[in-house]
Unconditional design. Structure first.
Length: 453
């Protein structure tokens, strides 16, 4: 697949800029289970002399650690018994981009393979590519867009850590949803992020305020689903780096405090290989569109672990919060888990379940797997919900990580779509998160029990 636009670099143009001294550092990175970029910074000349031809390697525990980078038990691909060997980073030369916020630096995103060149099937990017390949066999391509919210603070990451991440100063002190005056207060940071991301190859739409104090969203144009996932991972990293450079901080936590959480609504549609519209025909939704949406709904509980991967993810799911609690769909209805919007070429589904902490590769892969299930089984789409889904009799999404983990682990649909290795791998990821949380004495327990119990 060619690069999305001419703001990306080709391998040849990267070579010339290194030789001219305009670039001296090349970041090779992949996206890990938690959605973070991990990898190495290479000196430019070494990249030209060695990496282009021979690649580079990294320890296989990078797909088998917790959020603190601790090695943990339970992963089949990586352990003390297996010796913690290496994986190979395989550059995708269509992802080369400048990182203008860093001096003389370019980024190349990578796939992961074992040393015998077999793919690391537990890698998020490989999981998404597998689902895209299944649709490519049907001459279909997936387009996606992610709407990612965050909360920005005038407090640095270092000071936030020192303060225990409490009592931080948000960039706004009141609800600035759609407010021009309110967002002007944060515009220096937002403008820096927007312009940096445009120069890095993303097609920026704009920025708007959100409801929580200091909460904002920067929007990007939809693209090929893999490009969108790649861009999403780069954007999260760069936004944090830019904030840090300014002595500020950003969090993409799904629920930072008791106010509104940060979502990541995912818009998705299918097209024919030649760009033909397949979700709309004769002035209405196509049968394929209906079956696709029905499949996403039918598998929503099975795949919630991929939409909400952390303990904190489930704090968003509250009635009247604009985060969904009911497995339902509606026409332009923001109380439902699935909202259908647009018509004709713009017809698309919006999955409102994921939060700002989601791994985009896994969430989009889950939507595609669910949609494929619906198409293959010829599922019929139930009538759309009108009114308030929070007060409906529709089934509820799993409301804890433990519940989502159990449904995922037992799902025959998940095992058919992703394979036992992937299901078991991400089940263990949930187990690790649950074990860590269960061992912690929280602030809530201390304040509630220290004196009164």
């Amino acid at each position: 697949m060619p690069a999305p636009n001419d703001r990306y670099l080709t391998l040849e143009s990267l070579r010339k800029q290194i030789e001219n001294g305009d670039i001296d550092t090349v970041v090779l990175a992949f996206t890990d289970m938690q959605g973070r970029l991990q990898g190495k910074r290479m000196h430019g000349q070494y990249f030209l002399d060695v990496v282009i031809e021979h690649g580079t390697e990294g320890c296989n525990y990078l797909l088998a650690v917790d959020v603190d980078m601790n090695t943990v038990d339970g992963y089949a691909i990586s352990s003390w018994e297996r010796g913690y060997g290496d994986m190979e980073f395989v550059p995708d030369w269509d992802t080369i981009r400048l990182l203008p916020h860093l001096p003389a630096t370019a980024l190349v995103q990578c796939d992961l393979v074992w040393l015998d060149h077999a793919p690391v099937i537990e890698s998020p990017r490989t999981i998404l590519k597998g689902q895209l390949d299944a649709f490519a066999e049907r001459d279909l391509v997936a387009l996606a867009g992610t709407e990612l919210e965050f909360i920005a603070f005038n407090t640095s990451y270092e000071d936030a850590h020192r303060l225990g991440h409490r009592g931080l100063e948000p960039v706004n002190q009141y609800n600035v949803d759609y407010s021009i005056l309110g967002t002007s207060r944060a515009e220096p940071l937002l403008r820096d992020i927007r312009n940096t991301m445009y120069a890095a190859g993303l097609d920026v739409e704009g920025a708007k305020g959100e409801c929580n104090l200091g909460q904002h969203e920067i929007g990007f144009l939809y693209a090929d689903a893999l490009v969108t996932a790649d861009n999403h991972s780069v954007y999260k990293t760069v936004a944090k780096e830019i904030a840090a450079q300014r002595g500020q901080s950003i969090t993409f936590m799904a629920k930072y405090n008791e106010r509104e959480g940060s979502s990541c609504h995912i818009h998705l549609s299918l097209r024919g290989r030649n760009g033909d519209v397949v979700f709309w025909e004769d002035g209405k939704r196509s049968a394929m569109y209906d079956s696709f949406v029905a499949g996403v709904l039918a598998t929503m509980s099975d795949f919630t672990l991929l939409y909400a991967p952390n303990i904190n993810s489930y704090k968003r799911f509250a009635d009247g919060s604009f985060a969904p609690t009911a497995v339902a769909w509606g026409e332009d209805n923001r109380t439902c888990a699935v909202r259908l919007v647009g018509h004709g070429p713009s017809a698309r589904m919006e999955n409102r379940l994921p939060g700002g902490d989601v791994n985009p590769y896994l969430a989009i892969a889950a939507m595609l797997a669910g949609g494929r299930h619906g198409i293959d089984e010829g599922l019929e789409l139930e009538p759309g919900l009108t009114g308030n889904a929070y007060h409906s009799d529709k089934p509820r999404v799993p409301h804890t990580l433990r519940q989502a983990r159990d449904v995922w682990a037992a799902s025959s649909i998940a095992r058919a779509a992703f394979g036992d290795e992937v299901v078991d791998h991400y089940t263990n990821m949930a187990d690790v998160e649950l074990k860590a949380f269960d061992a912690v004495v929280t602030d809530w327990e201390l304040s509630r029990s220290f004196e009164r119990m």
